[in-house]
Design a protein around this ligand. Structure first.
Ligand SMILES: CC(C)(COP(=O)(O)OP(=O)(O)OC[C@H]1O[C@@H](n2cnc3c(N)ncnc32)[C@H](O)[C@@H]1OP(=O)(O)O)[C@@H](O)C(=O)NCCC(=O)NCCS
Length: 170
């Protein structure tokens, strides 16, 4: 399978925050943002693998900044690293200033998707080639995050998490 650039999976979705998608403070519901991120990440995973992709895990979400009603929200997703059948998707969320159009970072998240066949069994995906400094940083840290996610899910023994052990021994 031919390796692919991170940029080949880049996916942007832009939409408004409408009434019914907000909490009593008139800011976007966390669950609404999670759903938008899941959809955008799923498209990025599909673009990378050209397979059916399912959400295996939400590894990290930071709701750093509230997103007010009426905001124009852009979710950007890219495959930051691919393993055998799983892919780490890194998401950046931006809000657009109504008057000058500038974009401010609002949130970020990391999802894991797995490519599967028609029966739902995991299948192999192409490797990822990081190009920019940020892509390289995210690529390098992805194995550590994968091991942490597997340990937390009870799918890996902490003693087998070599990358995590190395982190604590630094
Ligand atoms: C995701 C799924 C396909 C994994 O199947 P599985 O039988 O556990 O398969 P495996 O153990 O071989 O894992 C497949 C890959 O997923 C990775 N994975 C599984 N659980 C993970 C987790 N919690 N965090 C990170 N990676 C995980 C494994 O490390 C493996 O990666 P690799 O092939 O790149 O090394 C299966 O659990 C599933 O279908 N889950 C439901 C998905 C779904 O419906 N999502 C929507 C929720 S509403």
């Amino acid at each position: 399978m031919k390796a692919k650039l991170v940029s080949e999976s880049a996916t942007l979705t832009t939409d408004l925050v409408l009434t019914g998608e907000t909490n009593p403070l008139n800011n976007m519901f966390g669950g609404e943002l999670l759903a938008r991120m899941d959809r955008t990440a799923g498209i990025a995973a599909r673009r990378h693998s050209r397979r059916i992709c399912v959400t295996a895990s939400v590894n990290h979400v930071a709701f750093n900044r509230p997103i007010p009603l009426g905001s124009v929200v852009t979710v950007e997703a890219k495959v930051s690293r691919a393993f055998k059948s799983s892919m780490e998707i890194y998401l950046d969320v931006w809000i657009e200033d109504r008057e000058n159009g500038s974009k401010q970072k609002a949130n970020e998240a990391i999802y894991t998707f797995v490519a599967v066949d028609d029966t739902g069994s995991p299948v192999g995906v192409p490797e990822v080639i990081p190009e920019t400094e940020l892509e390289k940083l995210r690529y390098e840290a992805a194995l550590r995050r994968k091991q942490l996610s597997l340990v937390l899910a009870g799918k890996m023994k902490p003693s087998d998490a070599t990358e995590l052990k190395a982190l604590f021994n630094e």
